[in-house]
Design a protein around this ligand. Structure first.
Ligand SMILES: [Zn+2]
Length: 68
């Protein structure tokens, strides 16, 4: 089974993803760098690695919704 997609919380609506992770050896599973634009939903999914980028304070930010 595949692990659940990773969620990354970011501060800007324009993010780059190359699939690399902080896990040792994870970079070997990377992909060509792509630029992603977070839309009005507050998040965007990378089409290569399914990583989800969530805009901090946006509609999809679970902590932002709590007013924290
Ligand atoms: Zn990616």
């Amino acid at each position: 089974m595949l692990p659940p997609p990773e969620s990354v919380r970011v501060t800007t609506s324009r993010v780059a993803c190359d699939g690399a992770t902080d896990i040792p050896g994870g970079a070997a599973l990377g992909h060509p760098r792509v630029w992603l634009e977070i839309d009005e939903k507050g998040y965007v999914d990378c089409g290569y690695c399914d990583r989800r980028f969530i805009l901090i304070g946006g509609p999809a930010d679970p902590e932002g919704a709590s007013g924290h």
